[in-house]
Structure formats: structure tokens, C-alpha cells
Design a binder for this molecule. Structure first.
Ligand code: FAD
Length: 371
């Protein structure tokens, strides 16, 4: 018999991973409440738009490093053992241009580009590319084995794992984080709400976190196959544009990107940027199209725009202090920027520990004798 009711608010990769890990504790009865669910494509829902691959960007020695470090073993396990999750191993190359140091995309990739990267002993086959292997205009590079997630398969897989272990998924929109407690499927109030609202945390009552802002990403999903995942630290087309190519697992197509436009809420693809993305991708990876062909040889599935839920200072994974929120304990897990997949297990593991602490502290309070 479950003893504690937990509502997870949000059904992106962060909410679903958290709910899935919570559901492994038989003492918890878990409900996921969200405005958007797997299957939806919406500008308020970042997760379907992601590549998504594992290219660590967390600064060495920070919590973000730990989140990414602790996520790799799970993604690697899925790629090795569970093909139905839609995750596969991919060789990847990361190129560095000296002139991108200090730009928006150069800063984004700063940790990823290091030759002494902390993740050199996490991912398999990490190596520094010799100068002779670098294309023109590239000053350095590394190669390693990463994974690429087919988000169109992986999000439903997470949802079905939740269902298998008794989680109830339901649609709902809340104005205040504590209102989610009233939406637990048992009809009773939840003891704990886990806030996994991504960019929604900026406007959510009781949270209103102004440190969260959109970092717009535009992509072109094509049917062409590149043969390798490859990224470059910047372009000559603007300091918030980058080039990356990700080949998704299991027929998911190839994602061509992209950009990191901080503060932009624009939901529609910019056609000029789309042309630049496609041209740059072919220049970087001519194998995408037949020899000598241009962007007309790309077979386009869709153009897409997603808003990465970037948070100054990194993801917020913490328990709310104080006795506010009508007696409901709140655990936050949001603000995963451009690294929500590659830090999903690491942050969810911490959130699960914080839920246990919150429930423990509620019990202690209930049993303490007032003086
Ligand atoms: P979301 O997916 O946005 O989910 C938020 C959930 O909260 C939704 O269900 C929403 O409906 C719900 N919600 C919000 N407010 C409310 C409310 N008031 N009431 C009810 N429900 C609410 N990451 C990687 O790790 N690797 C990559 O290669 C990668 N590539 C990317 C490429 C692009 C183009 C983009 C846009 C992102 C990329 N990311 C990548 C980042 C990744 O997509 C995000 O970090 C991740 O999806 C965030 O997940 P989330 O669950 O926090 O947010």
C-alpha cells in the first residue's frame, strides 16, 4: 500500500525521468500532471525538439558536472541493452575554432571543447584529434563515443515505463505550484510536488524564477544520413549560430542545427537561418548529400524551433525551505537549458533523494510535541 502521494508537475524529459525513478519506490503513489505530453509539438514544450545527444557542457567541479557524469551510465545502458528506448551509440567529433572564444556559442561549448575535458574518462574512446585530421579553419578537435536519442521514441518510452510502475499521467494546467497537490489521482492532496516545468517556472505562481530564460534553438530534421555526429564551436554568420549534426536512433532522421538565441521567444522558423543551417551542414559533412549536390538534395521532414529552458547558475534541483505553499512540500527540478537529456538521470536522482527528505521532515514535524 503506497504511503505517500507525490505529484510531478511537467511531462518533459525531466518530469518523466523523475516520475519513472520515483515509481521504483513502492511506498510512493505518483501522478504526473502536465499541460503538454509526449506526442505534442509545441513551443512551450522543449523536449521533443532536442537532438538529442550527450555532449557535456557542465563546468568541471560544479553540480552540473555531477548531473552529466551520473547520467552517462544510464544512457549507455539504454543504448546497449534496450533498443526500444530509441537511444543509440554514435561516434562524435567536436571541432574548435579559436575565434569563437568568448562568443555565445563558444561559451556554451567551452567545457566541451577542452582537450583535458573532465568527461574524458566517462565516455568511451575519447581522443584528441591530430592537427593533420582537422579540416580547414578548425584549430582543434576531439572525438569520442556518444549517444543520440530519438526523442519521438524516447519520450513515449519514458511515459510507458511510468505507466508500467503505476504512475498516473494526466493533463492539467496550474497557475500556482501548490495547486498541483490538489491534482493527485487519489483525490487526496499530494504530500510533495516536484516542479519540473522547465521554462514554465518563469511564470508559475509560487516560483516566478526570473533567472530562467529561453535560449532559442532552430533545427531542420532531414532523412539524409551523415555517417558521424559532428559539431563546431561557431560560424561566421553570427555569434549565436553554431553547426551541429545528430543522427537519431531508429529512423528518427538527422537533426541539423542550429543556434542559441538567448532571450528570444520566437516560435516560428526563420527561413534564412534554415538555409544557413542546411548550407553549413553540407559544408561540414559533404556525405549528407550526393557528391557536388547542395541543399536541394536534403530531404526535409520538418523545420523546428524549441526554447531551451536556460537558467542562470544552472538547473535548480533543491527543496523549498519554509512553511509556505499551504503545507505542501515542494522539490524543484527545472532549468536544464540545452542539457536536459544529458543531465536527466543525474538531476532526477537528486530530486528523488530530496522527495525522501521532504517526506521524512514532514513526518518528524507531525510527530513533534508542541511546547
Ligand atoms: P519541457 O520539455 O519544456 O517540459 C516542461 C513540462 O512542464 C511540459 O510538460 C509542460 O507542459 C509542463 N508545464 C509547464 N508549466 C506548466 C503549468 N503551469 N501547468 C502544467 N504543466 C506545465 N538537451 C540535451 O541534453 N542534448 C541535446 O542534444 C539537446 N539538444 C537540444 C536542441 C534543441 C533545438 C533544443 C530546443 C533543446 C535541446 N536540448 C538538448 C535541451 C532539452 O531539450 C531541454 O533541456 C529539455 O527538454 C528540458 O526538459 P524539461 O522537462 O525541463 O522541459
Amino acid at each position: 500500500m503506497p504511503e505517500s502521494n507525490v505529484t510531478v508537475l511537467g511531462a518533459g524529459v525531466v518530469g518523466l525521468t523523475t516520475a519513472m525513478l520515483l515509481s521504483r519506490t513502492p511506498d510512493y503513489s505518483v501522478t504526473v500532471v502536465a499541460k503538454h505530453m509526449p506526442g505534442d509539438y509545441d513551443i512551450e514544450y522543449a523536449s521533443p525538439w532536442a537532438g538529442a545527444n550527450y555532449l557535456p557542457v557542465g563546468k568541471q567541479g560544479t553540480a552540473s558536472e555531477l548531473y552529466e557524469r551520473n547520467t552517462w551510465p544510464e544512457l549507455a545502458r539504454l543504448a546497449a541493452d534496450l533498443p526500444e528506448a530509441g537511444v543509440h551509440f554514435q561516434d562524435t567529433v567536436v571541432y574548435r575554432r579559436a575565434k569563437d572564444v568568448g562568443t555565445a556559442t563558444g561559451n556554451w561549448f567551452a567545457e566541451l571543447l577542452r582537450e583535458d575535458a573532465w568527461f574524458a574518462d566517462v565516455v568511451p574512446n575519447f581522443k584528441i584529434l591530430p592537427k593533420s585530421a582537422l579540416p580547414p579553419g578548425i584549430d582543434g578537435g576531439t572525438a569520442f563515443t556518444s549517444v543520440c536519442v530519438n526523442t519521438a521514441l524516447y519520450l513515449p518510452w519514458l511515459a510507458s515505463q511510468c505507466l508500467r510502475y503505476g504512475v498516473v499521467l494526466k493533463r492539467g494546467v496550474v497557475a500556482h505550484v501548490a495547486d498541483a497537490a490538489g491534482l493527485h489521482h487519489s483525490g487526496q492532496r499530494a504530500d510533495v510536488v516536484v516542479n519540473c516545468t522547465g521554462l514554465g517556472a518563469r511564470a508559475l505562481g509560487g516560483v516566478a524564477d526570473a533567472a530562467v530564460e529561453p535560449a532559442r534553438g532552430q533545427i531542420v530534421l532531414v532523412r539524409n544520413e551523415p555517417g558521424v555526429m559532428v559539431s563546431v564551436s561557431g560560424t561566421d554568420d553570427g555569434e549565436d549560430e553554431a553547426t551541429y549534426i545528430m543522427h537519431r536512433a531508429a529512423g528518427g532522421g538527422t537533426v541539423l542545427g542550429g543556434c542559441l538565441q538567448k532571450g528570444s521567444w520566437e516560435s516560428q522558423p526563420d527561413p534564412n537561418l534554415a538555409v544557413r543551417i542546411m548550407r553549413r551542414a553540407i559544408a561540414l559533412c559533404p556525405a549528407l548529400v550526393p557528391a557536388g549536390a547542395g541543399i536541394e538534395a536534403l530531404s526535409i521532414v520538418r523545420h523546428g524551433v524549441g526554447l531551451r529552458p536556460l537558467r542562470r547558475g544552472g538547473p535548480r534541483v533543491e527543496r523549498e525551505g519554509g512553511a509556505g505553499n499551504g503545507g505542501v512540500q515542494i522539490v524543484h527540478n527545472y532549468g536544464h537549458g540545452g542539457y536536459g537529456y544529458q543531465s536527466s538521470y543525474g538531476t532526477a536522482q537528486v530530486a528523488v533523494r530530496l522527495v525522501a527528505e521532504a517526506l521524512e521532515s514532514a513526518k518528524t514535524k507531525a510527530h513533534s510535541i508542541p511546547i
